[in-house]
Design a protein around this ligand. Structure first.
Ligand SMILES: [Zn+2]
Length: 481
């Protein structure tokens, strides 16, 4: 996070002008321009056809498709007219003899107008972008050199390619080997430099290590080895370090988080899969700590552990160790991470799990010793395995010990039978395998007052008994007084 300050919720405007020559370059750029997500709708309904016989619409749509094909950014085509001069939150293009009331520059071919809005994390993001093309210039559609005998006019497709680069959030590239050079040239397709620019803006997460969120308590640290906000959300000037923890929900859930540290000014954030911030706590009123409770709908999310880019308080710094406590209460079972197989074979199964002490009304991960627990699992079996003879496996990991549930309903230490996968049941596999792995377990009655157990579920086929399909993320049970 950047150091807190008064937020001004105004729109910033920026104009990008594609010039015929560099004589009158007057464009200016704002750093930190990207869309919140790598996908926007764009309205295109241009009347008329070039001398070459290609319609303006086809040329413009081809330019959109070049960006779609070559980069991770995606334009969704809407073939309807929208006025690009209206501030309506819709992105569009049109020919005009004026620039929304102002005059076009003498050498200006087209202009992209952008609006921005401020974001909680990272720099301002683009909220609208429109292209206005000077209809008094002569255009055509063709490949190759600009000056060709027998061809009049400038190629509109490469102009559209350039302006759409501004729409995406790219500034001018002074190098001549780019569509995003400030002047139109003989280049008629996206160049490596243009593609790299778009990737830098929208593939930030590939710069950053992503952890899977395991509920319970864990320790980590923020320091110079971590990804920064500006690496995650390129264009931002925020150099604070950030840790990413991904999780998925298939049922609505309330996530309760605390981040505690003796040295670090803690900032907790929850973001959707496009890093749009849903909730955050940067108050740190309680010394250097932070806490956050958030109701979330089914989807994929990130828990972000962050701090500030410059020190805010005397008591807390901007690097150091932290501890996160994460607990979740949900109305149903939730995903247990990505699927895997012992031999590394591809697998198309999904594993969900949950622990309840109220007969399935709610599921959470932390219980008192007197609670009566049911551990439930639902496996969506790989369609290729449905109907085959197979088996289910239920494992519990306590410290270094791995226990398997046997067919008699008892957990047995795997160390007693090295290399053997003990089965919980043998059966013909159905599309959805639901079971209560554990029924009415009262930890107190077993003399347990404090314990952490990680459950894993798996299945296999009788035809290949040494192969096992399972999930990566444990279903964690925490017993604490
Ligand atoms: Zn430009």
């Amino acid at each position: 996070m950047t150091r807190p300050m008064l937020r001004i919720h105004t729109k910033f405007l920026s104009l990008f002008v594609l010039m015929l020559s560099s004589m009158q370059v007057s464009a200016f750029e704002i750093d930190g321009s990207r869309w919140p997500t790598g996908e926007i709708e764009f309205y295109v309904a241009l009347d008329g056809t070039a001398a070459s016989g290609i319609s303006w619409n086809a040329a413009f749509i081809a330019a959109m498709n070049y960006w779609n094909d070559e980069t991770s950014f995606n334009f969704i085509l809407r073939e309807q007219y929208r006025d690009p001069c209206l501030s309506d939150g819709l992105n569009s293009v049109d020919f005009s003899d004026n620039l929304c009331g102002s005059e076009f520059g003498k050498n200006t071919l087209a202009v992209t107008v952008q609006s921005f809005k401020s974001a909680i994390l990272g720099g301002p993001t683009i909220s609208e972008a429109d292209i206005i093309i000077d209809q008094n210039k002569e255009f055509n559609v063709y490949d190759g050199r600009l000056a060709q005998s027998g061809i009049q006019g400038l190629d509109l497709r490469r102009i559209a390619l350039h302006e759409l680069g501004h729409v995406i959030g790219l500034g001018h590239e002074p190098s001549s080997a780019a569509i995003m050079a400030p002047e139109i040239s003989n280049l008629d397709r996206l160049q490596a430099d243009d593609i790299a620019g778009a990737q830098m803006l929208y593939d930030g997460v590939i710069n950053c290590a992503v952890n899977e969120l395991v509920l319970g308590s864990f320790n980590n640290a923020l320091d110079a080895t971590d990804c920064t906000v500006s690496e995650l959300l390129p264009g931002s000037s925020d150099t604070s370090p950030i840790d990413l923890y991904r999780f998925a929900l298939s049922n609505p859930a309330t996530l309760s988080l605390s981040m505690t540290s003796s040295t670090l000014d803690s900032v907790l954030l929850i973001a959707d899969e496009n890093f749009q911030i849903i909730g955050f706590d940067n108050k740190s009123i309680d010394l250097c700590n932070s806490s956050l409770t958030q109701l979330l709908q089914p989807g994929t999310y990130f828990l972000l552990a962050n701090t500030f880019d410059t020190q805010v308080k005397n008591e807390c710094g901007i690097s150091g160790g932290y501890k996160i406590d994460a607990s979740m209460r949900s109305g149903g079972l939730n995903p247990l991470g990505s699927s895997a197989s012992l031999t590394g074979a591809a697998i198309n199964a999904n594993f969900n799990g949950g622990i309840t002490s109220d007969g399935g009304v709610s599921f959470t991960n932390q219980f008192v010793p007197a609670a009566s627990l049911d551990v439930a699992v639902r496996i969506d079996i790989d369609p290729q395995h449905v109907g085959q003879a197979g088996f289910l496996v239920i494992a519990a990991v306590v410290d270094e010990q791995i226990l398997f549930l046997n067919e008699q309903g008892q957990f047995v230490d795997s160390a007693a039978n090295p290399g053997v996968i003990t089965r919980a049941s043998n059966k013909i596999l159905t599309a959805v395998e639901e079971s209560t792995a554990i029924d009415n377990l009262v930890p107190e009655s077993l003399g347990i007052s404090e314990m952490q157990v990680d459950f894993f579920f798996g299945y296999g086929l009788s035809s290949s008994p040494n192969e096992l399909y399972y999930h990566q993320l444990p279903l964690r049970l925490i017993i604490a007084p």
